[in-house]
Design a protein around this ligand. Structure first.
Ligand code: PMP
Length: 413
């Protein structure tokens, strides 16, 4: 894509890259507002997958033939692209994983098992996705750890003074999302990292919802670990990234064993492991998907992540203003710093009914607990509807959504 003008994102041009936006749902033009679950895929990424399988499908790192060389080069090139995208210091700090969930499980199983002792404490927030809760609970059971929860205020922002007070001599790790998938709250992760480090604790940041919507600089944040998924940032499913500081990754034991992660294997002399990043990439990785993730990040770069974020803020403001006028509708998550996510409930209407009926009008929103049951329980609800925005959404789509919502609410009440 050629350069956009400096002032606003050219959404018409952006939309042209997404073939799926041409489809209809129940005879209506698709209005896709479930981007926090997964984003749609531009044709450049689809073409990258197609090109890989047509021209250079081969296993990487092990062949001497041309196809293997080409696949290896493209795969390793993505490591450089990711390094650039999140401003890591060193390409060896970029580990390809199956996604955010696998990245967090890697840290829990490798760093956690090697470093945590009974009675050690982990701080996680009330806002976390299950994938940044359950791996720590599993580890806590095995290692007799203590999990403490950073509370949220009534707007869904983290209570920073409570956060400071939760640290003890035994706090070893803070695991927190950068942006909440359920409420859109943007957490002050840089400040949180500084506080964690002052207490000699590490910080893992779940960036699944941040990388698609805001510039991310892991060195500026001073994150020890940072995780994200390709499928939420215009890339394919099944692949993601764990960033870790090199000295931490070097000291960590392997998590999964298999091909590619070893230096030597012997029954008699034992097995030695490859250097990072390969130590953490056992087996054949999702090669095509890694390469296509690189293309997705290049696509984002062409538009500009700051431009995307600013556009989504405009969508958020417009949608919030219109939705606040709907009688009986309550938005959950009204923190001053929010990304383009609106979670809401409506008096006298089940979230599920709204989701099903609004789909009949061509509008895709998410309903349920958003893999954040502790957060919803805290706010006394079991489910919400959630609309979440991406670069290709338009102000007109927000209007269609709000009008559809008003119709649906009228039907179910
Ligand atoms: N963390 C957050 C904040 C998320 O939004 C998600 C996906 N909904 C995840 C983690 C898990 O990502 P994945 O399913 O791609 O591993």
């Amino acid at each position: 894509m050629t350069a956009m003008n400096d002032l606003a994102l050219d959404v018409t041009r952006v939309r042209r890259d997404f073939p799926i936006l041409e489809r209809q749902v129940h005879g209506k033009p698709l209005v896709y507002l479930d981007n926090a679950a997964t984003s749609q895929t531009p044709r450049q990424v689809i073409e990258t997958l197609d090109h890989y399988y047509r021209h250079y499908n081969a296993n990487i790192h092990r062949g001497l033939h041309t196809l293997a060389d080409e696949a290896t080069a493209a795969y390793e090139q993505t490591r450089d692209s990711v390094r650039d995208f999140i401003n890591a210091a060193d390409r060896r700090e970029i580990i390809f994983t199956g996604g955010t969930t696998e990245a967090i499980n890697l840290v829990a199983n490798s760093w956690g098992r090697a470093n945590l002792k009974p009675g050690d404490e982990i701080l996680i927030s009330q806002l976390e996705h299950h994938s940044n809760i359950v791996p720590w609970q599993l580890l806590a059971e095995q290692r007799e750890l203590v999990i403490r929860v950073i509370p949220v205020d009534e707007q869904g922002a983290l209570d920073m003074s409570a956060y400071r007070d939760l640290f003890t001599e035994r706090t070893r790790l803070v695991a927190v999302n950068h942006i909440s998938n359920a409420f859109g709250t943007i957490n002050p992760v840089r400040e949180m990292a500084a506080i964690a480090h002052a207490h000699r604790a590490l910080i893992l940041v779940d960036g699944a919802q941040a990388v698609p919507h805001a510039p991310v600089d892991v060195r500026h944040i001073d994150a020890d670990f940072y995780a994200f998924s390709a499928h939420k940032v215009y890339g394919p499913t099944g692949v993601g990234v764990l960033y870790g500081k090199a000295e931490l990754l070097e000291a960590m034991p392997p998590w999964q064993g298999g091909g590619e992660m070893i230096r030597t294997v012997s029954f008699d002399a034992g097995t030695t492991y490859a250097a990072i990043p390969h130590k953490f990439e056992a087996g054949t990785p999702p090669i095509a998907e890694v390469i296509a993730m690189g293309r997705a990040l290049a696509w984002v770069d062409d538009i500009g992540i700051a431009m995307i974020g600013a556009w989504e803020q405009k969508l958020l403001r417009h949608a919030t203003e219109r939705m606040m006028r709907i009688d009986g509708l309550r938005i959950l998550g009204t923190a001053p710093h929010k990304a383009g996510v609106i979670s809401f409930v409506v008096d006298g209407a089940h979230a599920q009914d709204i989701g099903l009926l609004i789909d009949q009008l061509g509008v895709a929103v998410r309903t349920g607990n958003h893999c954040a049951q502790p957060l919803l329980q805290h706010f006394g609800v079991e489910a919400t509807c959630r609309a979440s925005f991406a670069a290709y959404n338009t102000l007109e789509e927000i209007d269609i959504f709000v009008e559809a919502l008003e119709r649906v609410i009228g039907m179910v009440r």
